[in-house]
Write a protein that binds this ligand. Sequence first.
Ligand code: B12
Length: 306
Amino acid sequence: MDQVESSNGYGLREVVAITGISKQRLYAWQHRHGILEGGRDISYGKRRYSEADVIYLQLLYRCITKGHPIGSLSTRTAAELRSIGYSVDDDSYVSIDDLVELVGRRQASQLQDRLSMLVAALGPMRFLRQVSVPFMAHVGRLWSQGDLCPAEEHLVTGTVRTLLGQALLMQPANLGAPVAVLLTPEGELHECGALGAALIAKHAGLQTHYPGAQVPKQDIAALIRHLGARLIGVSGSCLPTPDLITWVRDVAAGLAGGAEIWLGGRASQSLSDDDLPEATIIRSEPEFEDAIERFKVRQSPRRGKS
Ligand code: B12
């Protein structure tokens, strides 16, 4: 935890710089809607904000910029605001049966058409959650049963990967926000998870880059410097745990604390935090979104510098 926050919280100027909410707006929310009432630190005589307050305000602002009126949000908890702010409009079930059938009938062009239409119709986040994840699970099953040969699997996976990559590039760049790089380590060919995580990070407001799969560990330090990144998100799906640990340790040693390393995907889920203290293990999408909100606060201008 950061020095400033742990000693006496954040001042108004810092909160404005971190959240982008103007001073006037903040006052109006407090006085008209009772947002974050109280919290006055007696020893300073001025309003201080804790890290939890700042995250709450970030979430509130996110909901407001999505079009929710402040009146409907003022009594919500941070957890409720997170689910409103990160919801993707409509979580109704999308059937992927027709996609699976097109794979079975080897209708590659129709499949590409249908998948492209789904990205356009659902938007990137719903496409990721409601199509890519269940559809890729089917593709993996067909491949392991021998119902798809490697070349056929490559054709299908390539389409999903390209669409996720296009969706990533078409999301707003979030210029000025902290920079994250999502990738897979050497030996990890499963690429859709890293692309999906990159989409989630961008949707959560980070500048996000995806250099691809199998990035050599000796290139990471230069890449991070070049991009000005403060976060590396490593996606491990099937890489054996010892290889994943070695890769992350070697990268961490080369970075010497220059950027945080987060680890997600199937292969990382069996790791405990003690197995790999050099990295933060992320186990679910809500956990990822929460971690990003905290990361934004950590990366914001410090009191001394503002
Ligand atoms: C599709 C698939 C394949 C395809 C890969 C195509 C490709 N090039 O990407 C094919 C069929 C080729 C394949 C091969 C193999 N696979 Co495979 N594969 C899958 C499958 C079915 C789906 C993966 C996928 O793309 N999902 C879609 C993406 C969008 O979702 P996701 O990966 O879950 O990622 C999300 C989250 O996990 C998270 N996330 C992911 N990364 C990160 C990173 C960070 C930092 C964060 C915060 C979050 C995050 O966010 C993403 C978006 O929501 C999974 C099982 C499954 N249902 O997940 C097995 C799976 C990953 N494969 C597995 C295995 C073992 C293999 C093989 C070794 C099989 C073999 N015996 O040969 C080979 C290895 C090939 C190789 N050399 O890499 C195992 C891994 C076992 C483990 N680690 O526990 C799995 C889990 C299947 C299983 N249950 O056994 N596979």
